[in-house]
Design a binder for this molecule. Structure first.
Ligand code: F0G
Length: 457
């Protein structure tokens, strides 16, 4: 196979500051061993998230210059609305400032005490917005897919049997919606097949339950369908996305991912009555219906990004470059969630640092080592993020101790990724270490963002 190359050249550069290991040790100590509290200027390769961290194209920047900043009926809104209508086939399009604003509006209306939402996996903000209304969020990714090593093409699929059972158990009138997250961020960025969504549609039709597509990575998911699901190899990825979105009743998108912009969100739906309720909430919280939380230039850039993202050369590079990092790590003997998903590589830190006890946060130890050794910033998705305490203050660990290396879109070159791979040679030499970290401060909610830790001597 030929060398994978970036299908773009660089027109503007942002310098990266090179720091020493000694400098980074002090910076991390001052940040309470929590990379969320680091200054980005102290980070060399930032793999904290793929959300809002991408680089826009020259066409998008040119679009920024013609953004129409009129309060109502802006030309940039007309452009965005037309692109999103064509993509989704839905009649009602609402702009929001980011994904969670769309979630708050839609789930605020559909949710409430006694209601149940069922999803492959609810993303944290999705779950938080649902639980905030008093409703319950249930995850039902199918059983086999929970094995981090099993090689299956669509590990984001919903368990259809469980879906039927849950609907019967809770009563169809209490199921507020089924939400299909594509790709499934919380379980490794794994894709969902078209066949799975078609079956979910049928079940939703039988029980008259709305189907919501949480599609912030819909283009990446479409690429996986094109290359993994029978019958799609000759279908353009954009058409695959159109087919999938036409199966939904509503669509929520954090445009900070596959919208190829730094800020933005969308909420779209087929039902007029629902759209009227959503518009009322939009106006009192986000802004008028023709800008939501966005400026005209943001909407212009998003309208262009939503077309660019379906370029097959871009998508091939995107998926293959993420896989390149994951496959090379696996070759080195680093345990990774398999197969590699679309936007990130997930490392099994419990396996890699198997001498560090779970209550000393092996995932956080890996996150800290990657920063000190290489200036690489990433996030623990394990017991620091999801751990709870029992009545005696003993840690109830998370299911897995993962570390996510999320890849910003069109930002880093292959040599940056090769550098990350180099740093893992140092990490592999540290796998015998036995001591991790203890928490010295934690807030009551979402503790990973602001917790402070210290190294156990
Ligand atoms: N849904 C999914 C599947 C997401 O991954 C995210 C954000 C959201 C909704 C919320 O969107 O951030 O625009 O409000 N995921 C980011 C991440 C934060 O790092 O994975 P938002």
């Amino acid at each position: 196979m030929r060398t994978l190359t970036e299908p773009f050249k660089i027109k503007m550069v942002e310098p990266l500051r090179v720091t020493t290991e000694e400098y980074r040790s002090v910076a991390l100590k001052n940040a309470g061993y929590n990379p969320f509290l680091l200054r980005s200027s102290d980070v060399f390769i930032d793999l904290l998230t793929d959300s809002g961290t991408g680089a826009m194209s020259d066409e998008q920047w040119a679009g920024m210059m013609v953004g129409d900043e009129s309060y109502a009926g802006a030309k940039s809104w007309e452009h965005l609305e037309a692109v999103v209508k064509e993509l989704t086939g839905m009649a009602y399009i609402l702009p929001t400032h980011q994904g969670r604003a769309a979630e708050r509006i839609l789930y605020g209306i559909l949710g409430g005490k006694g209601k149940v939402f069922i999803s492959n996996t609810h993303f944290d903000t999705t779950r938080a917005n649902i639980e905030f209304t008093g409703a319950t969020a249930i995850d039902i990714v199918y059983e086999e897919a929970k094995d981090p090593e099993i090689d299956l093409p669509f590990k984001g699929n919903i368990d259809l049997e469980k879906l039927q059972q849950l609907i019967i158990e809770h009563g169809r009138e209490n199921v507020a919606a089924v939400i299909i997250t594509v790709t499934n961020n919380s379980s490794g960025g794994q894709p969902v097949s078209m066949a799975n969504v078609q079956s979910i549609r049928k079940i939703c039709d039988n029980y008259h339950i709305p189907l919501v597509v949480d599609g912030c990575r819909i283009a990446e998911n479409s690429y996986f369908i094109k290359h993994r699901e029978e019958g799609y190899i000759n279908t353009p990825s954009e058409d695959i996305a159109k087919q999938m979105l036409r199966l939904g009743d509503a669509f929520i998108m954090s445009a900070k991912k596959d919208g190829l912009v730094n800020m933005g969100g969308l909420l779209t739906m087929k039902d007029e009555a629902l759209s009227v309720k959503c518009k009322n909430l939009l106006i009192i919280s986000e802004g008028f219906t023709t800008y939501g939380g966005l400026s005209g230039r943001d909407m212009e850039a998003l309208a262009i990004g939503l077309k660019e993202v379906f370029d097959e050369d871009y998508l091939h590079y995107r998926i293959r470059s993420t896989a390149y990092l994951g496959e090379k790590l696996k070759e080195k003997g680093v345990p990774v969630v398999w197969p590699i998903g679309g936007h990130a590589v997930y490392i099994d830190a419990k396996k890699l640092y198997n001498k560090i006890p779970i209550n000393e946060y092996p995932g956080q130890a890996l996150v800290c080592d990657l920063y000190i050794k290489g200036g690489i910033r990433c996030v623990e998705i394990g017991s620091l993020m999801f751990g709870k305490y029992d009545d005696h203050g003993k840690l109830i660990p998370a299911t897995n101790e993962l570390v996510r290396l999320a890849i910003p879109r069109r930002v880093y070159t292959q040599s940056h990724i090769d550098y990350v791979l180099d740093i893992f040679n140092d990490i592999l030499e540290m796998r015998e270490q036995k001591k991790g970290y203890r928490i010295t401060y934690e807030p009551p909610f979402l503790r990973h963002f602001t917790a402070r830790l210290e190294k156990i001597a």
